[in-house]
Design a binder for this molecule. Structure first.
Ligand code: SF4
Length: 334
């Protein structure tokens, strides 16, 4: 099937105030099939958010994107804002970590939800209100008929995120981008929101890109994972394969810092959680060769000289690393 969303050789550069430029994305390519859920994982500075901001025409003013971004086969990179707005909200939508960046604090939820339906669907006021209440019910907001008249600040953090998701889904988009949608929430609410996203996705058949720094979040929800580091894809794999056998040392490091999903497991048998040493990448001062080499336990001489290209290492799997074997295998070798 043709992809619903496709990025080809996307570069993003930012002009710095003091002069010079930094490359936030350095030629990434991937595609998402209809109905597929793809996790986009990496620390801050990896480029995971900039990828989608560039695609949605939402880059900061000093940013410049080049390459191709296609939605349902149509090039959308560089589309005039009015045309992009017509698609955004109607056929694809984005949910952010902080709903207050997208919800207007001075307007009631009713006003904000109905406006979307009036603008994109041509509903009249009564139709829009009915559909908005139904959607609030769908995202499990209690007493939606009463609460629709409230302002965003009158909702708890978790409820606000549900309102945001309701707003994103109002027009039945084919593709939803969720950027750290649960990071600001406590663990119980996080789990509820992720379950809700999984249900909504299953019922609607839309494709989902889930952007997160936390591999644990993608475990139960995603089909496939892309791991980004310093503006490049360093590994791509079906989710269960990545968890079973990460091929890139950075992915292996991220996985080692994921808490066990099963809290009943005997802790004494578990290896301790290991955080990846060093700082997330500083794009202004990347090392030569492999950008991860100053933090990589397997770095060797070639890593200083050559940037590893992304290459196939199995069906549906790629990695950008000079190691011929997986990090686990490299550790077993003398
Ligand atoms: Fe580590 Fe070298 Fe692989 Fe980079 S290329 S991840 S430094 S082994």
């Amino acid at each position: 099937t043709a992809p619903v969303f496709e990025i080809e050789n996307l570069h993003v550069r930012f002009k710095m105030e003091g002069g010079g430029e930094i490359a936030a994305l350095d030629g990434i390519s991937f595609a998402i099939a209809p109905g597929e859920t793809v996790g986009i994982v990496g620390e801050s500075g990896s480029g995971k958010t900039q990828t989608f901001l560039a695609a949605m025409g939402l880059l900061a003013r000093n940013g410049r994107a080049s390459g191709h971004v296609r939605f349902a086969g149509t090039e959308i990179l560089g589309l005039p804002p009015a045309e992009l707005n017509r698609l955004r909200g109607a056929r694809f939508a984005m949910v952010f970590q902080d709903p207050m960046t997208s919800l207007n604090p001075f307007l009631t939820v009713e006003r904000q939800l109905t406006e979307v339906l009036v603008t994109h669907r041509g509903f009249d006021g009564a139709q829009a209100r009915k559909a908005a209440i139904a959607m609030l019910e769908r995202v499990q907001i209690p007493e939606p008929e009463r609460r629709i008249g409230m302002y965003p600040f009158e909702f708890s953090g978790g409820m606000r995120q549900r309102v945001m998701i309701a707003m994103a889904l109002l027009c039945g988009p084919e593709f939803l981008i969720a950027d750290e949608p649960t990071t600001a929430l406590d663990v119980t609410i996080q789990a509820q929101i992720l379950t809700l996203l999984a249900e909504l996705k299953r019922d609607s058949g839309m494709a989902l890109a889930l952007i997160t720094h936390d591999l644990g979040v993608v475990a139960g929800l995603c089909d496939r994972v892309l791991v980004l580091y310093a503006g490049r894809i360093v590994e791509e794999a079906p989710v269960h394969e990545l968890f079973r056998d990460p091929r890139h040392p950075y992915s292996a490091g991220l996985l080692a810092s994921v808490p066990r999903a099963d809290p009943a497991a005997d802790d004494a048998d578990e290896p301790p959680l290991i955080a990846i040493p060093g700082q997330p990448p500083n794009l202004q001062h990347l090392p030569s060769g492999c950008a991860f080499r100053t933090r990589c336990p397997h770095a060797f001489e070639r890593c200083v000289r050559e940037t590893p290209p992304l290459r196939a290492v199995g069906p549906g799997r790629t990695k950008a690393c000079h190691l011929e074997v997986s990090p686990a295998e490299a550790e077993r070798r003398p």
